[in-house]
Design a protein around this ligand. Structure first.
Ligand code: THU
Length: 139
């Protein structure tokens, strides 16, 4: 798990990214930030669509933006929303993160300042992987 100052930096980035959330249908704004193995931070917010299934979660926007910039190793992911308890990432986003970094750490938070820490393996113990050689993009 990144140290406290890095965790706070990641949460601040996620909180800031949440401001850009496009959520006219649910009114539920989410922000996320991933820390790459090289120490860079990429952020995302949820982006909804009138065709509801086209909606993207904040976490996937952050992860995929980082992947598009050439990163495939993630040390930690922070996610934040205005929820009574720290918000957990959805199952789909867990699987997307597991594709690249099964050992990633997760920082869940809410706007009230509550936090919960977990590993991706705790949140998704049996991530799906294709048998090799197609079995992963790690590295
Ligand atoms: N959402 C996220 O951004 N991340 C999650 O982990 C769960 C759900 C978004 C998708 C949608 O825009 C809204 O929250 C309500 O589901």
């Amino acid at each position: 798990m990144p140290d406290e100052s890095l965790r706070q930096q990641l949460l601040d980035a996620a909180r800031g990214a949440r401001e850009a959330a496009y959520a006219p249908y649910s009114n539920f704004k989410v922000g996320a930030a991933v820390l790459t193995a090289t120490g860079e931070i990429f952020t995302g917010c949820n982006v909804e669509n009138a065709s509801f299934g086209a909606t993207l979660c904040a976490e996937r926007v952050a992860i995929l933006t980082a992947v598009a910039a050439g990163h495939r190793g993630f040390t930690a992911l922070a996610v934040i929303a205005d929820t009574p308890e720290p918000v957990p990432p959805c199952g789909l986003c867990r699987q997307v993160l597991a594709e690249f970094s099964p050992d990633c750490r997760i920082i869940m938070a809410n706007l009230a300042g509550q936090r919960q820490l977990a590993t991706l393996k705790e949140l998704l113990p049996l991530a799906f992987r294709l048998p090799s050689p197609e079995g992963g993009a790690a590295g």
